[in-house]
Design a protein around this ligand. Structure first.
Ligand SMILES: Cc1ncc(COP(=O)(O)O)c(C=O)c1O
Length: 447
């Protein structure tokens, strides 16, 4: 029986196999035994053996409803039969020919059919690689060097992309400015020094923890055009998750370059840059030397990834998986917000697709729960909430619910309403326990 005082002890007792593997891993992996910063948790995260649909299981036989969903790559759920079949068949035919092949064309054409801005397509091994290429393409096209980015937007860990909280390694030519401030954007762009303006589709952090103002987004194409800057929209999270046409289709904007990752590979590692033919012409070996970019990459469009990507994109085209995940997100927010209200907690689940958990003062009543109950970005990203979310994450894990940080719930079309009923019950129990043990924090109690 889980009592409020002994969560860590209970967790260790029910996860002995994971604890043993964690103790082994810390001797090898510098990041506290993990290979990704979001897989670090005190005392340790479960070690997973297999996954299917909305669920995954650990070495100790514990079952989880999964809201990590491959860091957002699995809108079809774990091991969708169409993807598994395609990959198994391709595996037997050859993983990598080191040659051109038909599947890469089929995959790129499927992408083009969903994203009309994609006059040309280029494949990579991951999202950040595609972002790096987008920056390079923009630099060559404009003859400028500088990169303009927004605070609270995430694009990867390379020098041009990394957030500023990482040991001062942000590249010199990068300028990071506040989000949703059009005057500031214009002031910077007017210097005509910027090759590129990078913008995360849907808002900052995993599909829009920090929502983007739609009017702001809609003003960016004209503003970048006016000052000769290339507008790159990073749809690594939102591409094919928000809609077949991505976030840009929902708001009606057309970037010069779109970057994809995660879902587009159907669960296998990938990145893609899609863009205007004149900008991507730099990849043509016949382009003049001073305007030419070499692109190598052992794993670019290898047949195995292409087979998964084709199978997944065929399913995305209908818009049905996205619709189902969105409907489940609505149901999740509705039930989860009832829990928060009944327990008198200052907080709200919000967003268009992935429900994000805001914990903090409610100083604004949005028209609906697609938006957080504050317009103050600092409150949304308040780092004081990180340990509280981590505690919630552990409580949820102990109740069979896996989240990445305790701060958001990534849904797929494989989740069910029963999964969500079970999850919101566990969410309520976890919050009850946190109130009782005093880890929720007095400021979050509304009464
Ligand atoms: C918006 C966004 N862009 C880029 C990336 C980097 O993609 P990858 O991890 O595939 O390099 C991520 C990863 O989470 C992301 O969320």
């Amino acid at each position: 029986m889980l009592t409020v005082e002994n969560l860590v002890e209970e967790y260790k007792r029910t996860h002995p196999g994971s604890q043993k593997l964690h103790e082994q891993a810390v001797k090898t992996f510098a990041a506290n035994g993990a290979t990704h910063m979001n897989r670090i948790l005190d005392p340790f995260r479960p070690y997973i053996t297999h996954a299917k649909g909305s669920r995954k299981w650990d070495v100790d036989g514990n079952e989880y409803i999964d809201y990590v969903m491959g860091h957002g790559a699995l809108i079809l759920g774990h091991s969708h039969p169409a993807v598994v079949q395609a990959v198994q068949q391709q595996m037997a035919k050859g993983v990598h020919y080191g040659e051109n092949h038909e599947l890469e064309i089929e995959w790129a054409e499927l992408i083009k059919s969903m994203m009309p801005m994609a006059e040309r397509v280029e494949f990579f091994s991951c999202g950040q690689e595609a972002n790096m290429m987008a920056i390079r393409l923009a630099r060559v096209f404009t003859g400028r060097r500088k990169v303009l980015r927004f605070e609270e937007n995430f694009h990867g860990w390379a020098d041009e992309l990394i957030r500023e909280d990482s040991a001062g390694v942000v590249a010199d030519e990068v300028n990071v400015i506040p989000f949703n401030d059009l005057n500031k954007v214009e002031e910077e762009l007017a210097t005509k020094e910027y090759a590129v303006l990078l913008t995360e589709g849907g808002g900052g952090l995993l599909g829009g923890r920090v929502p983007i103002d739609v009017d702001f987004a809609r003003a960016l194409p004209d503003l970048t055009k006016k000052y000769g800057t290339i507008w790159v929209v990073d749809e690594v999270v939102t591409g094919f998750r928000d809609a077949p046409g991505g976030w840009q289709a929902l708001v009606g904007v057309r970037p010069d370059i779109t970057v994809l990752g995660k879902c587009v590979g159907g669960g296998l590692p990938v990145g893609a840059a899609l863009g205007r033919a004149d900008i991507m012409e730099a990849l043509n070996p016949r382009a003049p030397l001073e305007r030419r970019i070499v692109h190598t990459g052992t794993w670019n469009a290898n047949p195995l990834v292409c087979s998964a990507g084709v199978a997944a994109c065929k399913l995305y085209q209908s818009g049905e998986p996205q619709k189902k995940a969105r409907q489940l997100a609505d149901y999740f927010r509705q039930k989860g917000n009832k829990v928060l209200k009944e327990q008198g907690i200052n907080g709200r689940l919000y967003s268009r697709t992935t429900p994000h958990l805001y914990l903090g003062p409610i100083d604004y009543e949005p028209p609906d729960d697609t938006m957080p109950p504050t317009r103050d970005i600092k409150k949304i990203t308040d780092t004081a909430m990180v340990p509280i979310q981590a505690r919630l994450c552990l409580h949820l894990l102990q109740r069979g619910i896996a989240t990445m940080t305790g701060g958001f719930f990534i849904l797929s079309a494989a989740h069910t309403r029963e999964d969500i009923d079970q999850t919101t019950d566990a969410f309520g129990d976890s919050l009850d326990a946190m109130i009782a043990e005093g880890t929720l924090g007095e400021t979050l109690r509304a009464r």
